[in-house]
Every structure is written in structure tokens, then in C-alpha cells.
Design a protein. Structure first.
Length: 67
């Protein structure tokens, strides 16, 4: 498995989907906390937007918050 690190400035969902297309990835994997307004209960805002706009499959894993 090959892993690359990218650092970008901009809207996280836009940058994530841009890099996924540029690198021709087979899967976007990300964690989600789902904090915020009611519509973000299942997915966080960034994960929700990536799922909505990505042309690649997305695996969103719910992160457990530490207390």
C-alpha cells in the first residue's frame, strides 16, 4: 500500500475531493465526529460534504470522542 501526505490550504471538502481526483485514489477514508447542528448528527460537516461531492467511494468512520 502506498501512502502520501498532502498539505493544502482551502476548504477541506474541496481539497479532499480535488486530491482524490488528482491522485486517482480508489477510496477516500476519513473519520467523522458529527458535532454541530442537527443535520450533522450522523456525519460531520466535512465528511458530509465529501460524501456528497466526491466522485470516488468514501468510507466515513465515526470517531469515538474521548472524555
Amino acid at each position: 500500500m502506498k501512502v502520501k501526505v498532502h498539505v493544502h490550504i482551502g476548504s477541506p471538502p474541496d481539497e479532499i475531493t480535488y486530491v482524490a481526483e488528482e491522485e486517482n485514489v480508489s477510496l477516500i477514508t476519513m473519520s467523522t465526529r458529527g458535532r454541530g447542528v442537527f443535520r450533522e448528527i450522523l456525519l460531520g460537516g466535512t465528511a458530509r460534504d465529501v460524501v456528497r461531492h466526491a466522485k470516488r467511494p468514501v468510507l466515513a468512520v465515526r470517531a469515538k470522542l474521548r472524555t
